[in-house]
Write a protein that binds this ligand. Sequence first.
Ligand code: GSH
Length: 201
Amino acid sequence: MKLYFAPETCSLSPHIVLRELGLPFELIKVNNKTKITATGEDFWQINPKGYVAALQLDNGQVLTEGTAIVQYLADLKPEATLAPLNGTWERVRLQEWLSFISSEIHSGMSPLFNRDIPEDVKDIFKTKLYKRFDFIEQTLAEHDYLLGGSFSIADAYLFTVLRWVKFFAIDLSPWISIVKYCDRIQRRPSVVAALQAEALV
Ligand SMILES: N[C@@H](CCC(=O)N[C@@H](CS)C(=O)NCC(=O)O)C(=O)O
């Protein structure tokens, strides 16, 4: 398998999951500005959507959309319990979290990256984001991870997008459980290795 990634983007989530699962993979860096990969390929030909993450399977199929990629990966090795089994209520709860992270946090932060949006407008998006942090805080005050006692693919994704707050001078310290959660995840060997591989530490 090949994971097309760009450093400090949402592709860190499937990258962490690949390492958690111990699956063999090749990491291919994409220049998100030029859309040329480190191997000299035109990334548009690999993912016509033009964004990371993209996972190329050994049969040539390319899977996109982070929430689909991490579920595909987790299901390759169900014994690693990174996702509850398909068809269970717990799996639906996981999908609820993945959807929440994607639409409310990941997409919720997108306007903050946009240089054309004035700061006072960005503050409106930040206020909405803080409400979502309040909700996450309630869950993490009761459990170490989003689904309860053990790390799942939803945690890989949430950890990834929470790293972006540093770009917007958002201070997470009012959300004590979220800060502890990020510290806990940051120490996982898979995360340390992924960050090193992406040259982020
Ligand atoms: N819906 C996609 C969004 C992926 C996405 O936002 N990728 C960003 C990095 S986090 C990207 O590569 N943006 C570059 C671009 O759109 O040109 C997913 O959830 O996987």
